[in-house]
Write a protein that binds this ligand. Structure first.
Ligand code: MN
Length: 203
């Protein structure tokens, strides 16, 4: 089994001016590719009994650290490219909008909590919107390339939206201004795909 870098369904410059083409190109073709390459190298040394990247994450405590870093990196970035894009709505609709209202106190409260999760993640990591095991939504963050699928995660659930707050995700355009990047991120969220992930996670 070998993992592959997923192709983007949009061009590197499609998210401008919010996320610049150079950042997208390096992020996808260099950073994500490195996680895939290193994960495949780790797999060749330690064959996996699990067939999917989700199952590897869910059993991550059984694997060497290279799986946690690179398997997490592969899962997280694959999700990331899918939940952003040039076709977007500024807000969720349907069942996801209802759940954000019921579980998180509305869209503005969600945005504040999600941005806060990204802002307070020291160093590198991710902010997440997840479906918890009880079916309710929650907002949390994880360090490095960890994610809420992992059996070692403090906050467990199925991620449906992830925001990369590693400096490699924003430094070329925003330098140290993580809050500006996070604000811009809200202009490129593909809420239709987030909602599809929500419906799937609930079933
Ligand atoms: Mn990244």
């Amino acid at each position: 089994m070998a993992f592959e870098l997923p192709k983007l369904t949009y061009a590197y410059n499609a998210l401008e001016p919010h996320i610049d083409a150079k950042t997208m190109e390096i992020h996808h073709s260099k950073h994500h590719q490195a996680y895939v390459t290193n994960l495949n190298t780790a797999l060749s040394a330690t064959p996996s009994e699990h067939n999917t990247i989700e199952a590897i994450c869910q059993n991550i405590s059984k694997y060497p650290a290279a799986f946690r870093n690179n398997g997490g990196g592969h899962y997280n970035h694959s999700l990331f490219w899918d939940v952003i894009g040039p076709q977007f709505d500024l807000k969720p609709s349907g069942a996801l909008a209802d759940a954000i209202n019921n579980d998180l106190g509305g869209f503005e409260a969600f945005k504040t909590a999600f941005t806060q999760a990204g802002a307070t993640r020291f160093g590198s990591g991710w902010a997440w919107l997840c479906v918890k095991p009880d079916g309710k939504l929650c907002v949390c963050s994880t360090p490095n390339q960890d994610n809420p699928l992992m059996d070692i995660a403090e906050c467990k659930g199925i991620p449906i939206l992830g925001m990369d707050v590693w400096e490699h995700a924003y430094y070329l355009l925003y330098q140290n201004r993580r809050p500006d990047y996070m604000n811009a991120f809200f202009n490129v969220i593909n809420w239709k795909n987030v909602e599809s992930r929500y419906v799937k996670a609930k079933n």
